[in-house]
Ligand binder design. Sequence first.
Ligand SMILES: Cc1cc2nc3c(=O)[nH]c(=O)nc-3n(C[C@H](O)[C@H](O)[C@H](O)COP(=O)(O)O)c2cc1C
Length: 199
Amino acid sequence: MSKLLVLNGSVIPSEKSNSHEMARIFLEEYKQANPNDEIITLDLNKLIVGTKTLTTETFSTYWSDEEGMKYINQLKEIDKLLIIAPMYNFHVSGMLKNYIDHVALANQTFSYKYSTKGASIGLLDKLKVQILATQGAPKGWYPWGDHVAYLKGTWEFLGAKVSDPILLAGVKVEPLGSQTPNQIVSTISEEIKKAAKAF
Ligand SMILES: Cc1cc2nc3c(=O)[nH]c(=O)nc-3n(C[C@H](O)[C@H](O)[C@H](O)COP(=O)(O)O)c2cc1C
């Protein structure tokens, strides 16, 4: 039995959210293939780990047992991570960045200790990651903003094995722009189901 953690990095209410619709399809398929797995959800909208930004004021408590360390330990206990990641202003949500700021910690999730020539090693080497991403613009519109590359690179840096990310792009322009999340996501549901079965 594996443990799967779902991270909600969307600010859109679930019933109106494209990325949540992707996650619903993914998890339905995943549960069929892995009926005994434990699924844990973190809604970053509602948790300090998602809403607290690293500042001079918060620095001293940021990696305390109740904050960063709690979620770092959780990442060491789980087997798989599903990340719901829409683009906001050319990047992941501030909440998802806050979460990563809490868990990307030297000597806990990565280390320079055993490295040579400035490289590092990731310490989350048992973790598998699947990214479900959305963006309003078609893929490649912003050469300076690639939130999927940022996420994939970050989790690989931390040692995780990242499956091919699924990006649903162009949701704010036609032909998708005028459709419901259900209709929009149906255009890639087969890809989502395939990834869920293989995860
Ligand atoms: C505040 C805000 C900022 C956004 N910024 C961008 C952006 O910079 N680039 C882009 O392609 N889409 C942008 N979008 C569109 C969202 O990525 C898209 O609508 C996404 O599907 C919203 O999240 P959801 O998938 O949970 O529905 C933005 C949406 C909102 C609400």
